[in-house]
Design a protein around this ligand. Structure first.
Ligand SMILES: NC(=O)c1ccc[n+]([C@@H]2O[C@H](COP(=O)([O-])OP(=O)(O)OC[C@H]3O[C@@H](n4cnc5c(N)ncnc54)[C@H](O)[C@@H]3O)[C@@H](O)[C@H]2O)c1
Length: 321
């Protein structure tokens, strides 16, 4: 298609794939607050409609279906936030084909839809900061974006593949993209019934008086960022035209044992955790160097872990009542 776009009205809508999921509903609230028209594509495989902003238009669509390419062309968005994914390391380790079909083929279906659009939409891709770097020597932490990614799970391989496809699409078709490498995001609305999202899983279980299982010895450390800080970081990046990748996290490592202990301070009569075997594909220690986002945009997270946990517990408590 040769298209200068000169005769076409400028698009005014934003497409959010995976928009009914945890990060998606928070992102959409913020976008609609800013006056954006939002359309959502999601197949509701790990989410439901209950937290989706009523002003967002919802399309029930699996991104693995090739007809999503034409759908994206018809929607003609000015910005695409691509969140739809198989988002669990554990599931990817059991079902690498499911993972690659959603995370790679599904994403290419979308990219094929936007590559010839006259207005060259911004494409914001949610990669992974927690899994893409692999098992780093502690001396290499916090992990900087300049480190060679050495993924150890199919999930992280699929995210890195799309980062590389984006560079190729940028080179071949002038695709205007930004890669976000999120730390572990937590907060209200995170699904406590999945296999990813340890804070949601523990909070729900502990509020219900159930004993939680820690996989491994509990000394694994991750970088946990509160959802509102994360959304603030994403919107800051989306306003730029820099491709990244940018780590969006706190720069601090917190262990699973510490999470359990801090949650126990907020939840009465919490039971001691039991310990199970480590899960294949999990990385022992990772926290992110966030100095690039700070240097380029002046952005940094500002919610303490204690405050984020307190707000999260309060939300889960109210959701249960
Ligand atoms: N939450 C985190 O800590 C975190 C960390 C790093 C990266 N990410 C990435 O951010 C994105 C969003 O994560 P989240 O925590 O909101 O996860 P989530 O599971 O809550 O949201 C993912 C959404 O994608 C949808 N989806 C899954 N397969 C689909 C398909 N084939 N077609 C259409 N929709 C599909 C699900 O129904 C869900 O609504 C994902 O790409 C994930 O890999 C999240």
């Amino acid at each position: 298609m040769t298209n200068t776009g000169k005769d076409q009205p400028a698009p005014d809508n934003v497409l959010v794939t995976g928009g009914t999921g945890f990060i998606g509903t928070h992102l959409i609230d913020a976008l609609i607050d800013r006056g954006e028209n939002v359309t959502v594509i999601d197949n509701l495989s790990t989410s439901a409609l209950k937290y989706l902003h009523p002003d967002a238009e919802f399309i029930n669509q699996d991104i693995r279906d090739s007809n999503v390419t034409q759908l994206v062309k018809d929607l003609n968005p000015k910005t695409v936030y691509h969140l739809a994914a198989q988002a669990s390391v554990a599931v990817s380790a059991r079902e690498p084909l499911t993972d690659v079909n959603i995370n790679v083929i599904g994403t290419l279906n979308l990219l094929e839809g936007i590559r010839d659009l006259p207005h060259s939409p911004r494409f914001i891709f949610f990669s992974t900061g927690g899994a893409i770097y692999g098992d780093l020597d502690p001396s290499a932490l916090p992990a900087s974006e300049t480190i060679d990614a050495q993924p150890l799970s199919p999930y992280a391989v699929s995210k890195l593949a799309i980062e590389n496809y984006l560079r190729a699409y940028g080179h071949l078709y002038d695709l205007n993209y930004t890669i976000v490498r999120p730390a572990n995001v937590y907060g209200p609305r995170q699904n406590p019934d999945g296999e990813a999202g340890v804070i949601a899983i523990f909070t729900q279980a502990m509020l219900e008086g159930r004993q939680v299982t820690i996989f491994g010895d509990g000394n694994d450390q991750r970088d946990y960022i509160y959802i509102s800080d994360f959304i603030d970081g994403v919107l800051t990046l989306a306003n730029s035209d820099l491709p990244g990748p940018y780590n969006i996290g706190t720069g601090l490592g917190v262990s699973v044992n510490e999470i359990h202990q801090i949650l126990s301070e907020f939840i009465d009569k919490a039971k001691p955790a039991k310990y199970g075997p480590p899960r294949p594909g999990d990385i022992p220690k990772i926290w992110l160097d966030i100095s690039s986002a700070k240097k380029d945009f002046g952005w940094q997270a500002n919610t303490s872990f204690q405050d984020g946990i307190s707000k999260t517990v309060e939300w889960f408590r109210q959701a249960a009542s």
